[in-house]
Design a protein around this ligand. Sequence first.
Ligand code: NAD
Length: 502
Amino acid sequence: MTVEIPPQHEASLANSDLRPDEGWNVLYVDGEWVRPDHDRTLSVRDPSTGDELTTVPAGTEADTDRAFESADEAQSEWADATPAERAGVLREVASLLEEHEDELVRLLGLEAGGCRAKSAIECGITQELVSLTSSLPYRVNGEQSGSPIPGKQNNVLREPVGVVGVITPWNYPLNLALRAIAPALALGNAVVLKPDEKTPVVGGLALARLFEEAGLPDGLFNVVPGRGEEVGDHLSSHEDASVVSFTGSTEVGYTIAENAAENLTPPLLELGGNCPHVVLEDADVDRAIDAGVFGSFIHQGQGCISINRHLVHESLYDEYVERLAERAEALPIGDPLDPETVIGPIIDDGQRDRIVSLVEESREEGAVVRAGGDHDGRFVEPTVLSGVDNNMPIADCEHFGPIAPVIPFETDEEAVRLANDTEYGLAASVHSESERRAWEVADEIDAGMIHLNDQPVNDDPHTPFGGVKSSGLGRYNDQWMISELTETKWVSVQQSSREYPF
Ligand code: NAD
């Protein structure tokens, strides 16, 4: 297999209409594009070619402290802003996302290696999310109640938590940043964001441009690009962070939780997954395969909710494997900026090597390659494996690649046992012609999100997104973010004289 990348990539990030006048080698702090007072940088590379696209600052602890200081100073006035003011900024950002959609799709292709279909879906979901989030300022409702004490009225209020620290990954960088930033700001908080090292532009600095253009007051949104073990570590243990929102690997999630616990700061964690796509004996195989192709191969399988394992009833197994393999082989691989491409590059050499060796180790244990199996540079062919069991490396780990291991089962009970035999519990899908039977299986699967007769890659901005077991803590989206990003306060009013016992 050989993949050619045309020179159009040279257009790079320098031509972006979202680029600040100061260039990309800046921090965004207190409403200013600032050159740091050091010359440490991170090289942002095109996953398709490995070429450098730009450099951004490798932020320091001092840069992070300045961002928290400005966030903290700006937050109280923002908390007192009217719902209309906060909603107005969010509505404006939603409309800017739409206006700049083509450019954001291009940036997602350049920095994250996302093909156009994936990037367009990400942009669309993010526009919906931000638009819906603009209603949150009007939906933060308090409660009033009586009391066992005569003459007392109880009020339960919800107030902004303060400054929200946000750390994001590279795979869906636009969406995974804005799903934390937008509700945090809508609810009267300020934000300090550390985007992933690989996507600091489309997942960070470009977003600051949108909020700046939307008229967000200075200091409320700050972006400090930097390394995880430096800026990320300092941010998650910062005493001025009131909530730490983290999306990334389970391994780092545990570190974030420990850091946050030092200050009793609540962590909001969206972590890894090992999502099963369960095809029961009475499934509509056409629909199960259509869903399986999309859920396994969108963004080269680099999603926490991608299908990691296909669990297929033994009576359908041979047909399913054969047809899935045919479909996988037909997927166009190549330049993610080419509208025809479905399979773009893997994010970096390290992830590529890991995927290739998981396939190789599983082959040594008896898995059979039915489609794909080869790679050129960072482009890995969509690969279908049969003869897989749940304990092989490709099924046991979150492989994060365009790999579809297919595992047979005999009974619904066995399917449930296999589905649950993982440390993760993020998302799953179940196919059956009988909705009732699919529900019965879904009820037994330990996951935060289950989709019947579909596949796991779903994110509706008005539904709760999150996992159980080692897949995380808390729920993103809509009203669930009101609980995560506001503090509850009880204010009682003794309206008449109270009789005390002494
Ligand atoms: P990662 O955990 O390595 O990195 C994510 C972020 O954490 C980056 O910004 C990184 O700089 C930062 N980081 C790394 N080390 C840190 C440290 N010691 N302290 C503080 N921050 C640190 O994850 P990744 O490999 O880039 O992303 C893939 C993982 O993210 C997968 O496991 C995937 O399932 C998960 N993910 C989960 C969701 C979800 O919603 N559940 C969504 C997308 C990705």
